[in-house]
Design a protein around this ligand. Sequence first.
Ligand code: NDP
Ligand code: MG
Length: 379
Amino acid sequence: MTNTISILGSTGSIGRQTLEVAEQMGLRVAVLTAHSGVERMEAQVRKFHPGLAVMTDEAAAAELAVRLADTDTRVLGGADALCEAAAAPEADTVVTAVVGMVGLKPTLTAIGEKKRIALANKETLVCAGELVMDAAEKTGAEIVPVDSEHSAIFQCLQGCADKREIKRLILTCSGGPFFGMSREEVGKMTRQDALRHPNWAMGPKITVDSATLMNKGLEVIEAMRLYRLPLEQVQVVIHRQSIIHSLVEYRDGAVLAQLGTPDMRLPIRYAMTWPERAYSPAEPLDLLNCPPLTFAQPDREVFSCLRMAEEAAAEGGTACAILNAANEEAVGLFLSDRIGFHDIAQLVAEARSAVKVVQQPSLDEILAADAAAREAVLR
Ligand code: NDP
Ligand code: MG
């Protein structure tokens, strides 16, 4: 059980909800990090009194240091400081809530220090999941998923001692804001349309990923890495209501599901308390007043990002790192209104063809694949 946390990405959607949970549970906060959101960071430091605050943007770090001159909090700047944040000795749990594969090195650092990893930063597992899981196995660091689907699966797997008992994992998917639209209709959707998610309020990158269904593709890979299962044992089912957060089918035919209101504070709290559970003030699920639960097949033609992610998962090696890096850059272009919605999938497909896949890659080969894919998108 967690007593003291460090949050990488504390000013984001997951980071802020983690601080709410920390306050409710009376956890101590050792370290907070953000990229450039100085104002939000200053407010968080004044409220939670961490020993260290990191801004990966150097100019933002300089500004924060001036603003916090009257406090005892040490301020550091730059990307390398994220690893120092991840290693801070006071914390027993590191919440990885940064967006993108920038989370990889600090996650590996925290694993090296045998911290519990409350893992939200799925891009890290997508691009280097095997290395991350191997490192955790070596040091004994616990990796507890925060992503709601993976937390649901983690909860349904409690008591499963032998993974051969698992027939398959079933990941539920809301379908996003463009569910049921034709390819032509989806092509006309703008940034504002994509940022309107039906069930969850999240950061902009994952919200766009939820509209393209790349998010579900990344989650398929995340599940494969966390539970070391092949693609054939991870299935995606559209479930518009986001009440069943995911399911595990066992070999005897039993299917276990985890249900709840769509509230990320639930999986965040469980990542802190596991293997125990703690009281939560959250709205309880009212089965008698919830909408009928429906299920459908995802459309992999309109939402080709899901198909491409599954193809990368099947290919293995650096394929997933290439897919992820290309997607990060393409979503960045879409969020700054420089490309259209279908261009995201197009740019990812082009990067996948342009960059050669290396099997059983080292960390350096993964980083090189990531860089090459970004270059392929931006040139
Ligand atoms: P947000 O965009 O809301 O927050 C991102 C956080 O990371 C902010 O603190 C931001 O700082 C920081 N950050 C941004 N860029 C960098 C960078 N280059 N280097 C270091 N830090 C950076 O994202 P979310 O909270 O939505 O998502 C975080 C992670 O959790 C993602 O991997 C996402 O896929 C995953 N996740 C999120 C869910 C959700 O409900 N939001 C659900 C499941 C998973 P600043 O504010 O200064 O920019
Ligand atoms: Mg999810």
